[in-house]
Design a protein. Structure first.
Length: 407
């Protein structure tokens, strides 16, 4: 069976190379920028990459090889995957190009070196190293940030610094969940340049799983945002592809919802998604809060589904202040392990809102006027969250023991 799998993988990789054709147009080559890695398929055996170029020459490609060093990219065992390239109109009559490629048939728990670029132009990214998910991670941590929402390069320095601190504290963290409002205006490619540029050393190797915020999707259009990320294509029919999806990692099932549009379609999708979920812990990430400094009332139906399926943690954004709810069920405070905890990890960007009034559901609620991040650690028996400011000071933490009956 394993040989059939390996054979299919080799054929697929060779097929991808054979399909290369000569370039149809020749412009001055530009180096890949805005490089980011994400999960699109199984995190144990696949890894997706997205990057931009300002011009194109030939076919954009991803090359991958096992190990943390590569002596030559001409070796016959280098895996080569052709990217899907899309022309992006960035305004003012100018165009850029978004490229997405996915490495498949990787080994679990293994380091790979990769580069993206084009054979014809000779413009390649610096090699970077990724690690696939181990077969059964006993425990893992991911970093949660939200609302980096900058405009200038200086604004995004704070975002880069927040990630530096997060990975300084949690060097083994497996991925990032960003809770939305990545930039102030998604039509300004310069803002994306700064978003990716200031965090490049992390985003080239640590998957960033994005949530769509109201600054990412404007009046039902999220194209500029979604063009930057290759995420699972398993969302609701009717939702904007790239804004609603779910994936498993370790003992967690992680669901990303889009609070900006198609709420109804996502409600029935959410019920079906959670119905088939067998993971011990369920985490939802969405931008506008069900329970934060304020409440987004249009998502009441989602809260009923969270209650029905015992969602453990809901990561939120939008309010630009820190808030953690008591465990809630049907809007009422319940003992730990019997309800859903709702968190907003302040902001990883330049804007801090003044603190809203405390509500009955707030266990912790403050404005420290400093960028923050949260680290969520999941094992079979426990889920914990620790919230830090960007100076590395621990400001809040809680742990939930596994609560499902019969487990
Ligand atoms: Fe927002």
């Amino acid at each position: 069976m394993i040989w059939i799998f390996v054979g299919i993988c080799i054929l697929l990789a060779v097929g991808l190379v054979v399909r290369q054709t000569k370039p149809s147009n020749v412009q001055p080559p530009t180096s890949p920028k805005s490089i980011v890695t994400t999960f699109k398929g199984d995190p144990q055996t696949t890894r997706a990459f997205t990057w931009y170029t300002e011009s194109v020459e030939g076919h954009a490609m991803l090359q991958v090889t096992e190990g943390t060093k590569v002596d030559s990219w001409d070796r016959p065992d280098i895996l080569t995957f052709t990217a899907k390239s899309t022309q992006i109109n960035i305004g003012g009559g100018k165009r850029q190009y978004a490229h997405q490629a996915e490495a498949i048939c990787l080994k679990p728990g293994t380091s790979y070196t990769y580069r993206v670029g084009s054979e014809q132009s000779g413009a390649w990214s610096d090699p970077a190293v990724i690690v696939t998910e181990p077969v059964s991670p006993e425990t893992f941590t991911f970093v949660n940030v939200t609302d980096s929402q900058g405009e200038s390069e200086a604004d995004f320095k704070a975002w880069g610094h927040t990630l530096d601190q997060a990975f300084g504290k949690f060097p083994e963290a497996s991925f990032i969940v960003h809770n939305g409002d990545l930039t102030e205006d998604p039509d300004q490619e310069k803002e994306w340049d700064s978003f990716f540029g200031q965090a490049a050393k992390w985003l080239v190797k640590i998957p960033l799983m994005p949530v769509t915020g109201n600054h990412d999707e404007i009046q039902g259009n999220a194209e500029r945002f979604t063009s930057h990320f290759a995420v699972p294509a398993n969302g609701a029919e009717g939702a904007i592809p790239g804004t609603n999806y779910s994936f498993n990692y370790g003992y967690a099932h992680i669901v990303v919802l889009d609070t900006e549009s198609n709420l109804k379609a996502q409600t029935s999708w959410l019920r079906a998604d959670l119905q088939s979920n067998r993971q011990p812990w369920t985490i939802v990430a969405m931008h506008r809060p069900a329970y934060g400094g304020n409440r987004y009332e249009k998502i009441e139906d989602w809260i009923k589904v969270f209650d029905e399926f015992g969602v453990d943690l809901v990561l939120q954004g939008h309010n630009h202040e820190y808030s953690r709810s008591y465990p809630l069920r049907d809007g009422k405070i319940v003992p730990g392990g019997e309800g859903t905890v709702y968190v907003i990890a302040n902001t990883a960007g330049p804007k801090f809102n003044s603190l809203k009034k405390d509500k009955y559901y707030h266990a912790v609620h403050f404005q420290n006027n400093k960028q923050m991040f949260a680290a969520v650690t999941v094992s079979e028996r426990a889920l914990s969250l620790q919230a830090y400011d960007a100076d590395g000071k621990l400001l809040d933490e809680f742990t939930q023991q596994r609560s499902r009956s019969g487990d």
